[in-house]
Write a protein that binds this ligand. Structure first.
Ligand SMILES: [Zn+2]
Length: 113
């Protein structure tokens, strides 16, 4: 019972499943069961910078703090610009091409410019 979501149209909770759809008897709205799940997935893929701005492939960013690169003596300096980022999945979600090399960075350490 609690797995049936409230109606996205009128927010009433008398909804019930009907085949592959949920149905709301209060406003007669019907919507597919898997819609909610796919919306959540799309949201999860939005990568946001330190200010909460969504990042996209090709965006230019700057580092907001010095970052030590694991397993090397390289430190990426705060204020370093990355001209064109590429978003990837995983923990470090931003692929950055820099003079010093190619690094996977966390979006929380970047700011869109
Ligand atoms: Zn409704």
């Amino acid at each position: 019972m609690s797995t049936i979501p409230a109606c996205p149209h009128c927010a009433m909770e008398n909804t019930y499943p009907d085949g592959d759809n949920y149905v709301c008897p209060d406003c007669a709205h019907e919507w597919p069961m898997n819609a909610a799940a796919s919306v959540d997935e799309a949201d999860a893929r939005v990568v946001k910078d330190a200010n909460g701005n969504p990042l996209a492939d090709g965006d230019a960013v700057v580092l907001i703090k010095d970052l030590k690169v694991k397993g090397s003596s390289i430190t990426l300096k705060m204020g370093t610009k990355v001209k064109s980022i590429r978003l990837v999945g995983g923990d470090h979600e931003v692929d950055c091409k820099m003079d010093a090399g190619n690094f996977m960075l966390k979006a929380a350490y970047l700011k869109k410019v």
